[in-house]
Design a protein around this ligand. Structure first.
Ligand code: ZN
Length: 174
């Protein structure tokens, strides 16, 4: 059943859902957290949303992808997110890439890459290790400019003090 939706995936669909991930990222921005947003789609519908809350929640575990995976597993009623596609504005870090593999997410769509900490092709590609029992397919560069502009705007705001540095994020987060 999920396969049918996979077949329908095209650029337009990817951009539509990436725009939803961007909306989530803007929520993080408003709260002074590095603007990273994520949605998880199943059978053509968004079943979970998440945005980075690391500073807000004061825990390194509160990345957008982890929060979205938690919600999606509740909706699906299984720890396996087979047939789901994750849309995320920034390339996932090693923790989130690990969670994606653990949750058996088959496809990840990425906005912009994170050269310093990305673990889906930049520093390492944990989604495509033949040694692991699960691999996820990756689509990169969907609404890339918008996703990276949101990040650079945020760090520019941080530098000029428009965002409280106590609350603000740092480079290398995903
Ligand atoms: Zn992460």
């Amino acid at each position: 059943m999920a396969k049918a939706y996979f077949d329908k995936v095209d650029n337009e669909t990817d951009e539509l859902f990436m725009r939803e991930a961007l909306k989530q990222a803007r929520k993080a921005y408003k709260q002074g957290d590095t603007p990273i947003g994520c949605v998880i789609v199943y059978e053509g519908k968004i079943i979970a949303r998440g945005y980075n809350r690391r500073n807000k929640d004061k825990t390194a575990l509160a990345h957008a992808e982890i929060l979205a995976i938690k919600k999606a597993t509740k909706v699906i009623g299984d720890w396996r997110l087979e047939g789901c596609t994750m849309y995320v504005t920034l390339e996932p870090c090693q923790m989130c890439a690990g969670a994606i593999v653990q949750a058996r997410v088959p496809r990840v769509v990425i906005g912009c890459m994170n050269k310093k900490a990305g673990s889906c092709g930049s520093v390492i590609n944990l989604l495509d290790m033949k040694e692991f029992n699960h691999r996820a397919s990756i689509t990169k560069g969907v609404l890339e400019e918008r996703c990276s502009k949101l990040m650079s705007d945020f760090f520019a705001d941080l530098r000029v003090g428009a965002i409280n540095k106590e609350q603000g994020g740092s480079h290398g987060t995903a």
